[in-house]
Design a protein around this ligand. Structure first.
Ligand code: SAM
Length: 286
């Protein structure tokens, strides 16, 4: 191997990050960084791995390695994630959009793509990823996103502008939110759902760099957001309006039960690509 060749940096990443990330993830991180600095995909890398990097590229890879060793998430290093093919800016004030959430967007899109006009609300919009993707994919929608965090909303607004999405964002606590009856055809939410007792199981790059307000709920009331949003939907959804939730895999059945208690029908649990119970949907009838 040529000293200073690109592949030597891959080896350095694998050696120095192995106590923090699994090997496959380190390789993915390295490829993401190469894509970022050189626009290279994996094939480009294989064809060029003996080449020597430019000075500024070496500096970037070294600084990134230092940050990764300090548990700074890759997405914060490059400043964005690709979500449903959209560039979504992220920082410490928003949850980093997850691949499962892209699956939720696709479920909603596939079920509603033939509708001609929809009013959609995203509760706990964070970076705005869900509502911006829906606005982009579904034609003729009025989209609204609410979040209790103004700092998160500032990022959501920036993301909507960068993606030419006209979305009405509002700084609002869902517990105090009221609208006219029949305001929405669809309510979607990926609310905080991790019981705080699970904090110990979660990696430092999540705990230290993502807002706890976006992640955690009290141990004794893990479904509180689902109760509140389902109750809110009883009044604010039109007849046959739909509610879509991302959930903790352990609570999907309980969420179905709470929706049934609130007279929602056609309650369905869907798995994510890893086979975990991750999404719950239901229809409200008057
Ligand atoms: C799990 S994050 C989801 C962010 C984004 N929708 C996504 O899927 O990546 C939950 C979001 O709910 C917001 N949130 C927490 N409590 C809230 C409340 N009481 N009312 C409205 N939003 C709230 C948080 O600020 C956070 O942005």
């Amino acid at each position: 191997m040529i000293v200073g060749a690109i592949e030597s940096y891959e080896i350095q990443y694998l050696n120095e990050l192995d106590s923090i990330y699994p090997r496959r993830e380190i390789k993915n991180i390295f490829f993401e960084l190469l894509l970022y600095i050189k626009r290279w995909n994996k094939i480009d890398y294989l064809l060029n791995k003996n080449k020597i990097l430019e000075k500024n590229e070496i500096k970037f890879l070294s600084e990134s390695l230092r940050k990764l060793k300090n548990h700074i998430p890759l997405q914060h290093i490059i400043g964005y994630v690709l979500f449903c093919d959209l560039k979504i800016k992220v920082n410490e004030h928003v949850l980093i959009p997850r691949p499962e959430t892209e699956e939720l967007v696709h479920i909603i899109y596939n079920q509603n793509k033939l509708e001609t006009s929809l009013n959609i609300l995203d509760v706990g919009t964070g970076s705005g990823c869900i509502i911006i993707a829906l606005k982009t994919l579904l034609k003729n929608t009025n989209c609204k996103g609410i979040d209790i965090s103004q700092k998160a909303l500032n990022i959501a607004i920036e993301n909507a502008n960068c993606n030419n999405s006209d979305i009405d964002f509002k700084n609002q606590d869902i517990n105090e939110y009221s609208v006219r009856p029949n305001s929405f055809d669809i309510i979607v939410s990926n609310p905080p759902y991790v019981p705080i007792r699970e904090l110990k199981k979660i990696r430092t790059n999540v705990i230290d760099f993502e807002p706890h307000m976006a992640l955690f709920v009290e141990n004794n009331n893990p479904l509180k957001f689902y109760h509140t949003i389902a109750e809110f939907g009883r009044n604010s959804l039109v007849n046959k309006g739909k509610i879509y939730f991302e959930t903790h895999e352990d609570y999907a059945f309980e969420i179905v039960n709470l929706l049934k208690d609130k007279k929602y029908k056609n309650c369905i649990i869907r798995q994510d690509l890893q086979g975990k119970n991750r999404f719950v949907e239901a229809i409200k009838y008057d």
